[in-house]
Design a protein around this ligand. Structure first.
Ligand SMILES: [Zn+2]
Length: 435
């Protein structure tokens, strides 16, 4: 594959950004961005993405769950599939880049390969997932889970805020709810899945890095934790006779923060919600419920941290003569990114004189769903201010061109690896990062 001149890369990077902005105008919201699953705007976005895919030399189709696809075909019809993409749906009042940028960059990658008449030993399949955020029906990763064969048939009965079921919305959209399972991929056809995404956090910016190679997508567990004591009059109950659930909760929140801060591998723990009952200025809180969200790169680390947090909760409850209740609300296992893909990405960074930053993803992504069927790898692009899920979410124009250059090099490396003509470049950075 030819080395591309910087002007070409800059032009394509710029166009990826322009297209994100163009898609942001396909919105259900006045004055903001919202694109939900199975809406008219979802259909419009798919059609627009399909036009751009066709201009990049791809054949296009929409699958049974509503994901948009484009293929730059290998001359070998039986070749495996390298899938590159992200999601096209958004949260309410979203930014223009979360998910979308990954799809637009995948199209630019295919366009570059097409223009260079690159001989592909695999099909280069670009996917725009239909629903990652779960905004309309509450279930997340619908598009990627359908590909993984993990679409839950019960989801068809989920309703949106107007009472429309997912099954009915599918029919209106032109899909057959009885055929959703047909969107599942055949794992024997798959080579890998690559996803480029904005970081949505402040780490790369703090490290003055444009690009990061993702090591793992963090696993998460969530619970509602309740301390139960006794409500009482704030004026008449002496301090030593109280069973104050809110003070216990305050103590617990500090322990949650300390426990995660003492961990050494990017573990995080958050209390983001608190509800004190009865909730009056002159009443001691009898019951306080708070949310707990804990994430870690490895399940064992997650369990360790949770164990420590549970231990603190128990000790606080005992000391204050309260009862403690746990209600588990969510669990997702950690997903490791594939070592070989990480190596490919690191070498692609090195070839473009990018220093290598390795980091975990604290947020969930489509890659986690696909990881049950094939190796996955992710690249992160710096998020200025760490801002995401907000209209001021943005990217640095130069960063986008730089990550596109890395993706193009990664494609060249992957082609060589597949053709078994690959010769590793010995590069200090690669060796260092790999070690
Ligand atoms: Zn996203």
């Amino acid at each position: 594959m030819n080395v591309l001149d910087p002007h070409t890369i800059t032009r394509h990077g710029k166009r990826a950004i322009e297209r994100c902005l163009a898609l942001s105008r396909i919105s259900e919201m006045d004055g903001g961005i919202l694109r939900q699953y199975l809406t008219v705007k979802h259909a419009e976005a798919n059609q627009q993405a399909a036009r751009w895919m066709q201009q990049a030399g791809m054949t296009t189709w929409q699958d049974e769950v509503g994901n948009q696809w484009g293929r730059l075909a290998s001359s070998d019809p039986a070749a495996k599939r390298l899938i590159v993409g992200s999601h096209l749906d958004t949260v309410p009042n979203a930014g223009a880049y979360d998910g979308i940028l990954g799809v637009m960059l995948a199209i630019e990658l295919a366009d570059l390969a097409h223009q260079q008449s690159v001989e592909l030993p695999f099909h280069l399949d670009v996917v725009g997932f239909c629903d990652e955020e779960g905004t309309r029906f509450g279930a997340t990763l619908i598009g990627s889970k359908a590909l993984a064969g993990d679409f839950n048939a019960n989801w068809l009965e989920l309703t949106d805020e107007h009472g429309t079921t997912m099954a009915d919305a599918m029919t209106v959209f032109g899909l057959d709810p009885l055929k959703v399972q047909d969107a599942a991929l055949d794992p024997t056809e798959l080579l890998a899945y690559w996803e480029t995404h904005i970081e949505q956090g402040p780490v790369l910016e703090a490290q003055q890095q444009a690009i990061g190679v993702v090591t793992a997508i963090a696993g998460a567990k969530r619970a509602l934790v309740s301390f139960k004591g006794r409500a009482g009059h704030s004026g008449t109950t002496p301090m030593h006779m109280r069973q104050d659930s809110l003070v216990a909760a305050a103590e617990f929140i500090c322990k949650v923060e300390q426990s995660a801060a003492q961990c050494s591998n990017s573990q995080v723990a958050t209390v983001g919600y608190i509800d004190a009952k009865p909730g009056a200025v002159n009443v001691i809180a009898g019951k306080t419920t708070l949310s707990l969200d804990v994430r870690a790169q490895q399940d064992s680390e997650l369990d360790q941290l949770l164990h420590s947090i549970e231990h603190h909760a128990q000790a606080i409850a005992e000391q204050r003569n309260l009862t403690l209740e746990w209600q588990w609300t969510h669990a997702a296992a950690a997903v490791a990114c594939d070592q070989h893909i990480m190596q490919t990405f690191m070498e692609a960074c090195a070839r473009n004189d990018e220093s290598i930053a390795l980091l975990p993803s604290g947020a969930g992504h489509d890659a986690m769903a696909i990881a049950t069927k094939c190796p996955v790898g992710m690249l992160f692009v710096r998020s200025p201010g760490g801002v995401s899920h907000h209209p001021s979410e943005t990217v640095v124009e130069e960063d986008v061109a730089r990550v596109l250059a890395v993706m193009y090099s990664a494609l060249a490396i992957q082609i060589a690896k597949t053709q078994e003509t690959y010769e590793p470049v010995t590069h200090d950075d690669v060796a260092l990062a790999a070690g």
